[in-house]
Structure formats: structure tokens, C-alpha cells
Design a binder for this molecule. Structure first.
Ligand code: NAI
Length: 345
């Protein structure tokens, strides 16, 4: 039996893993707490830890897990910026779910965009109060506007198709542009200066951290709509707030926030929010915040549970040759042992 300590378990995780991730070889221990240096102890006696976006998997946590006998970190998400993959190399294998529903995230970005530009969030509140006035709700047509997409991977490309469906002109920036894709790639500078809507779909790395900052906002069109369904730290939130206050940014739709780890995914409605910046952003009429829910569809949840379970089984059945392994060495020396069905370490 493979024992899995499942951190940061929410009701929908437990439900989907019980339904789609259950096999006779895996035993889940669902823990409501996040994985941190203090809670790593709870993984003692487990073979695997299953973690999500806001669990801390730094060097200290990895060393503790290794000492406790944990041999696999199974991320139930695509992004892995919270895991020190380099430090884990040689000790603990790391697997992730590279794609569970890129449609879920791209469609959420579209939902945020339409809500924002047609003021649906305002209208909803008004009509619930039997206020049928439409004053102040004028939006703008997306048709004919320019969407600038940063990151043209799985999610970015689906969002591009959605934007084209609206009749938007699409330009894109990617550090590794896709060949023969029919996408018009431009420099970041050009994307900032031409786009009416900017949507972020690249990973968080040292290079992309705070790519939306004071200097980049200065290059943007007045009234630009910024969408972030990728990772919070792609945006310098202080600079974003300044851009909104200066009326430079027309609207911001954020599914992620740099300091979300201790805030998102929990009901804090009865509490005073100790994050002035987030409070200020939420108070703006042209800011929409959702709390990292872009992935949250039934289809994505079942894919996450199935893929995570089969990733775990593959590592134990194939003697450490894991499906969907995040191998630090492959990236660093440009060869992939996995592709030759060899252990990464
Ligand atoms: P992907 O790996 O298919 O695509 C990422 C793209 O970004 C690639 O084309 C890559 O070349 C590009 N890229 C890499 N470095 C770049 C740079 N410095 N500048 C510009 N582009 C760069 O990933 P996918 O599945 O499309 O996901 C994108 C991001 O969405 C993930 O990194 C993750 O952070 C986020 N995400 C958010 C979710 C949510 O619930 N809000 C759920 C799933 C993913």
C-alpha cells in the first residue's frame, strides 16, 4: 500500500480523489493544513506527499520529508514554482499534472474579461437590489480590439482561439515562440504598447517575476485591461494599484495574487484582512478578484485526481521511472533520461 499524506485538502479535493483517484494500492491521509516546515512532521510514515500551489516545498521541507522516508512529491497542479526542484534532485522524485484542463483556465480568463468590460459584476448587484438603472455600465466591444497574450502554451493558445472568436486581433510574446502556429509574435515592448487587453499565461520564473511593473505599465495604452490567471508574482501589485489610481489601467482581473498563500482558498469573511494592498485593489470598481479558481471545473478535478494517482502508481511500479516527472537535470543539461525510460536519478 502506498501511503499518501495529502496536504491542504479541501472538500472538493477529498470528493474528487475519493471518486477518481482511488485505487486499491493508494491510501490517502487527507490533511487540512498546508505543508510547511512546521507541518512536515505530519508526513512521517508516508511514502508520498500530495501538494498544491500554496504548500511550501523548499529545501528545509524537502530535507525533513526525506528524513521521514518520503520518496515522492506529487503536485496536483501544473505550476511548480513553490517546489525547490533542484534541491529535491537525487533525493525525492517530483511529479506534476502538466495539463488537466487548459480550457478551464482559458475560459475563466474569458469570463473575467467579459464580466469586466460589460460590467456584469456591477449589473448583478444592482438587479439583485431591484435597481434597474444602467447608468455608468457602458462597456466596450471586444471586436476589433487587440489582445496581447504573454505565454502561448496550452492555456495561452486556447485563450487566443477564444479572443479570435470575439473578432479580436491577437498578438503574442513567448520566450520560445511556437513555429508555424500562425500566431503573430512581437516583442514585449510592442505587445505592451499595442494591446487593449493583456493576458498572462506564462510560468513564474526569475525572468518573469514582476514582468508587469511600473516601467511596463508606463508603456501600455491608457485604459488597458490586464488579466492574470497565471501566477500572482508576475505582477508587481503596488505598481498595478498605482496604474489604476492614475487611470492608466482601465481594469484588472486577477485570479492570482503574489501574497495569496495565506489568504486565498479560505473563508475570511468574518475577519479583518491584514493585507492593505489586496484590500485596496478589491475596493476599486474596476478590479475583479477571484481566489485562484480558474482551474476549478468538474472536468479538471477528475483529470487532476486520475493523473495524480497514475503518476504515483507509475513511480512505485516502475522503480522510480515516474510519469510526468519534473526533472531538474533534464532541464539543465538538455538531455532527457526519462524519454529513454531511464530513472532521472
Ligand atoms: P505551458 O507550459 O503549456 O505554457 C507556458 C508558456 O509560457 C510556454 O509557451 C513557454 O514557452 C512560455 N514561457 C516560458 N517562459 C517565458 C517567458 N519568460 N516569457 C514568456 N513566455 C514564457 O503552461 P500552461 O499549461 O499554458 O499554463 C500556464 C500557466 O498557467 C502556468 O505556468 C500556471 O502558472 C498557470 N495556471 C494557473 C491556474 C489557475 O487555476 N489559475 C491553473 C493552471 C495553470
Amino acid at each position: 500500500m502506498i501511503r499518501v499524506a495529502f496536504f491542504d485538502a479541501k472538500e472538493y479535493d477529498t470528493r474528487s480523489f475519493e471518486q477518481y483517484g482511488k485505487t486499491e494500492d493508494i491510501e490517502y491521509k487527507f490533511l487540512e493544513t498546508k505543508l510547511t516546515e512546521d507541518t512536515a512532521e505530519l508526513a512521517r510514515g508516508s511514502d508520498v506527499v500530495c501538494v498544491f500551489v500554496n504548500d511550501t516545498v523548499n529545501a528545509a521541507v524537502i530535507d525533513k520529508l526525506y528524513d521521514f522516508g518520503v520518496r515522492l512529491i506529487a503536485l496536483r497542479c501544473a505550476g511548480y514554482n513553490n517546489v525547490d526542484v533542484e534541491h529535491a534532485f537525487g533525493k525525492i522524485h517530483v511529479v506534476h499534472v502538466p495539463a488537466y484542463s487548459p480550457y478551464a483556465v482559458a475560459e475563466h480568463a474569458a469570463a473575467l474579461l467579459l464580466t469586466s468590460v460589460r460590467r456584469i459584476h456591477k449589473a448583478y448587484n444592482r438587479t439583485r437590489d431591484f435597481n434597474f438603472s444602467i447608468s455608468g455600465l457602458a462597456g466596450f466591444d471586444l471586436h476589433g480590439k487587440t489582445a496581447g497574450i504573454i505565454g502561448t502554451g496550452k492555456i495561452g493558445r486556447i485563450f487566443i482561439d477564444i479572443c479570435r472568436g470575439f473578432g479580436m486581433n491577437v498578438i503574442a510574446y513567448d520566450a520560445y515562440p511556437a513555429k508555424d502556429s500562425g500566431i503573430e509574435y512581437v516583442s514585449l515592448e510592442e505587445l505592451f504598447s499595442r494591446s487593449d487587453v493583456i493576458s498572462l499565461h506564462c510560468p513564474l520564473t526569475d525572468e518573469t517575476r514582476h514582468m508587469i511593473n511600473k516601467a511596463s505599465i508606463e508603456k501600455m495604452k491608457k485604459g488597458v485591461v490586464i488579466l492574470n490567471t497565471s501566477r500572482g508574482a508576475l505582477i508587481d501589485a503596488e505598481a498595478l494599484l498605482e496604474g489604476i489610481k492614475a487611470r492608466k489601467i482601465g481594469a484588472a482581473c486577477l485570479d492570482v495574487y503574489e501574497e495569496e498563500a495565506d489568504i486565498f482558498f479560505e473563508d475570511r469573511s468574518g475577519h479583518i484582512l491584514n493585507d492593505e494592498l489586496l484590500s485596496r485593489l478589491i475596493s476599486m470598481p474596476n478590479v475583479i478578484v477571484t481566489s485562484h479558481q480558474a482551474f476549478l471545473t468538474e472536468e479538471a478535478l477528475s483529470n487532476i485526481a486520475q493523473t495524480t494517482a497514475s503518476n504515483i502508481i507509475s513511480c512505485f511500479e516502475n522503480d522510480g521511472i515516474c510519469d510526468n516527472e519534473l526533472c531538474y537535470r533534464c532541464g539543465s543539461i538538455g538531455e532527457c533520461r526519462k524519454e529513454r525510460r531511464q530513472r532521472c536519478f
